[in-house]
Design a protein around this ligand. Sequence first.
Ligand SMILES: [Zn+2]
Length: 310
Amino acid sequence: MAAGPGARAGGARKLLLEDEALRDGLQMESRIFTLEEKLELFHLLARSGLRRIQVGSFVHPGIVPQMADTDELVRAIGEVEGVVLTALVLNEKGLERALACGVRHLSMSVSASDTHSRKNAGMPAEEALETMTGLIARAVSEGVQVRAGFQCSFGCVYEGTIEPDAVIRGTKRLAEAGAAEVNLADTAGMATPYSVRDLVSRAARELEGVLISLHLHDTAGLGLANMFAGYEAGVRIFDVATGGLGGCPFVKGAAGNIPAEDAVNMFQSMGVDTGVDIDVLCDAVLFLEARLGRALPGRMRRVLKGAKRD
Ligand SMILES: [Zn+2]
C-alpha cells in the first residue's frame, strides 16, 4: 500500500484514535466534573486501549470553568505506559501553563475563519496564525511534540466556504514552525465525504513529511461517512469522543465528535485493528451517562449494553 497522509515514508502506521471526551466533550457540559471523576474517566479510557487521550485545555478558567483544573489533572495522571497524554493550547498563557505542568504533547490550534477566530481566540485569523507559529516553535524547542490544529478547515457557519488554498497556506506555516502533525478540524460539522477526500489528498501532497489527522463533528450526521472517506484517502489518526460528547459554543447546532465506540465498531467491521476494547469503552459511556443523567448519542453502547441507561 502506498504511504498515505497518515504514514511517513517507510510504511503504513497503525490506526490511532485520540479521545477528546475529557476536553471537547466536558467543556460543553454545564455540570463540572470533579478531578476524581475526570481521573476515573481517564483510566477507563486508558484501560480500553486508547493510545492518545486529550485530557483538557489550558484556557481561561473564567471562560471555560470546566477546564480549570487541567494542570492538576495532568499532574495527577502522571505517566501512563503506552498512553500519550495531550492537551489543547490556544494562546501564550496556555502554553506557559502547559510547560509548567510538564505535558509532553500538545494540540495547538487556530481557526481558518476570521469570524470564528475573533469569537474563539479574540483576534483575527491572520494574527492568531502568526502568534501561533511563534508559540509552536517555542513548544518544540522545549521538547514538546506538537500537533497543529486548523479549525473550520471544511467550512464556517459565519463565513461559509473556506478556500482549500487558505487551509493549505495556513497549515504549511504551522508545519514549518515545527508541528509534526496537522489536524484538519471540521469544527462546524460542514465536511462531506468528498470534501474530506479532496482536502486530505491535497494536504498529503503539499505537506510532505507531515502527519495529517482529522477532527470531525457529527453535526449533519456525516461523521462516520467523513471518517471513512478520510481513511480511504490515507488518514490514520482520527479524533473521537467517547459517547459522542462535544460541540462548539460558537457554532449553533453543533453536535459532538464521532463517538469513539462507533468509530471502533466501524474500523473493526473493516478488519482494521484499533487496539481498543469496545466493551470497556461502553463502560466509559455508562459512567458518563450516569453522571450526566442522559443518554449520549453514540450507538454502540445501546447495541452492547441495552437500551436502559443503567
Ligand atoms: Zn471539536
